[in-house]
Design a protein around this ligand. Structure first.
Ligand code: GLU
Length: 504
């Protein structure tokens, strides 16, 4: 039988990376085995669910490259795919269980339930429903509901015995009935509970494999009992260990970024995040780690997923991101990093010329950053040049104290005055050679002060790349939409001027 899998987010916030990993494992399994992936929106919590959250989860999944075959936006034969649009199905299923005596109406007040719960806890018993309404005859219950008394529908869990299932990750799992209280199926406002809706949906959507977070394992026995009560065959279950922070507690805000959106905004590439998430609790084998998503899908099996929780390791994610930053097409990086240049005011709109200019700068930056967000900072010397501010910085002062540094700077200003731009590496080298002849300085003693005079920085990208980039930027017309860039001639002159006013 063809595999049918689903990812079932609740639209109550941003997509958490742990849930993104669950979505990914479902996707890898569906794609690797020629199955079908369904996206279902679990929005029965009317207070916390929002359309914005649903939209942002869909956007983030698509950004990650995790598409689906059936879902609220693409349709399919087993829809609708939003729980809020399936209320009639839940109502008819609840009716089936009530009529069969497998469910009953419960009129207990919140206060009563709370008192019972506290009593149970005080006596060291598991807090479960005491069963006060279990034996109210259905006709009487219906009359009370008709008269307007608020009621929930509860499932009648058998009094004795055990319920078990074979989990594809955790193995054989057994729960005693005595720890399972009669769960609420339908709330007093008519909304289904999670455990009820998920069973109705997974059954009607003909899901064959439920792959989800381990936080749902204690729900599973209730769900297995519900499948039995309806006469449906339960799907196979696979509960994935949670993603933990470095302190081995579930990854949360305290640990820093947790949503896909945050990682996206900080400039991780989707292929890097996907590749990293796949490695939490699973290994593609063969000593390989850096693999494209299709290859991950080809190798993925649920049986190979580890039982123990994985710790989220930001350093490893950065390492993988660096790999993809170097591997993917430069034009894509230029486009993806453009907004960070915009945020710094280095460029205006993404004109062809501005994108090409940013693209040409990238070789100076991608090798030395973890994320797209850091790129403009590596290149800010192009757009921001302030000799006085530079001179006030300790690392620059240190270069100035090197013997002959001031002479090199003065000679550089003279050597560039009235000369054509240093449009390529050779012209820059020729200019540097003239300064060397005039001052007798070479190597570090030559290039260190030249760097400071032309970039205002004591360190940075190779001058062979930086100098032609500065000159190219200085020639761009204002229509290119790039912030004004001072050329090397002007920089050298300004720096020498600032230096002349500064006592030794
Ligand atoms: N809506 C549930 C959640 O986001 C899905 C649980 C499930 O996959 O059954 O946790």
């Amino acid at each position: 039988m063809k595999m049918r899998l689903r990812f079932a987010p609740s639209p109550t916030g941003q997509l958490h990376v742990g849930n993104a990993r669950t979505a990914l494992f479902n996707w890898l399994l569906a794609r690797g085995q020629g199955g079908t992936l369904i996206l279902r929106i679990e929005d029965t919590d009317a207070v916390r669910s929002t359309a914005e959250s649903e939209q942002s989860i869909l956007d983030d999944l698509r950004w990650l490259g995790l598409g689906w075959d059936e879902g609220p936006d693409v349709g399919g034969l087993r829809g609708p795919y939003r729980q809020s649009e399936r209320l009639a199905l839940y109502a008819s299923h609840a009716e089936r269980l009530l009529a069969a005596g497998r469910a009953y109406c419960c009129f207990c007040s919140q206060e009563r339930l709370e008192t019972d719960r506290k009593k149970a806890l005080a006596q060291g018993r598991p807090p479960r429903y005491g069963g006060a309404c279990r034996n109210i005859p259905l006709a009487e219950a219906r009359a009370r509901v008709a008269a307007g008394e608020p009621a929930v529908v509860r499932f009648r869990v058998p009094d004795h015995g055990q319920v078990s299932f074979d989990d594809l990750v955790r193995g054989h799992v057994t729960f005693g009935m005595d720890v399972i209280g009669d769960p609420v199926l339908v709330r007093s406002d008519g909304r289904p509970s999670y455990n009820f809706a998920v069973v109705v949906d997974d059954a009607l959507m003909e899901i064959t494999h439920v792959v989800r977070g381990e936080d749902h394992i204690s729900n599973t026995p209730r769900q297995v009992l519900l499948y039995g009560a309806f006469g449906y065959t339960p799907p196979k279950f696979a509960h994935l260990a949670l993603v933990l922070g470095p302190d081995h507690t579930p990854l949360s805000k305290r640990h820093g970024a947790t949503s896909v959106r945050e990682f996206r905004e900080r400039g991780y590439l989707p292929e890097a995040l996907v590749n990293y998430l796949a490695l939490i609790g699973w290994s593609p084998g063969g000593g390989d780690e850096l693999l494209p998503i299709d290859e991950l899908a080809r190798r993925f099996t649920i049986e190979a997923v580890g039982k123990s929780a994985g710790v989220f390791d930001p350093d490893k994610l950065s390492w993988i991101n660096r790999h993809y930053l170097k591997a993917v097409d430069g034009a894509r990086i230029a486009e993806a990093s453009f907004r960070y240049f915009q945020a710094r005011g280095f460029v205006r709109g993404p004109t062809g010329e501005a994108l090409a200019f940013v693209g040409a700068l990238l070789p100076m930056a991608v090798g030395s950053v973890d994320r797209l967000e850091e790129i403009p900072d590596r290149l800010h010397f192009l757009f921001e040049f302030d000799p006085l501010a530079a001179l006030a910085r300790p690392d620059v002062s240190e270069v100035l104290r090197e013997p002959g540094a001031r002479e090199v700077m003065a000679a550089l200003a003279e050597a560039l005055a009235g000369q054509p731009r240093l449009a390529d590496r050779d012209r820059f080298r020729a200019a540097a050679a003239r300064v060397r002849e005039r001052t007798g300085r070479k190597g570090r003693a030559l290039f260190h002060p030249i760097r400071v005079a032309l970039t205002g920085e004591a360190g940075g990208p190779e001058l062979d790349l930086a100098v032609p980039a500065i000159e190219h930027g200085a020639e761009l017309p204002p229509s290119a939409g790039v912030a004004p860039i001072l050329g090397c001639r002007e920089r050298a002159k300004m720096f020498a001027g600032a230096l002349a006013e500064r006592p030794h």
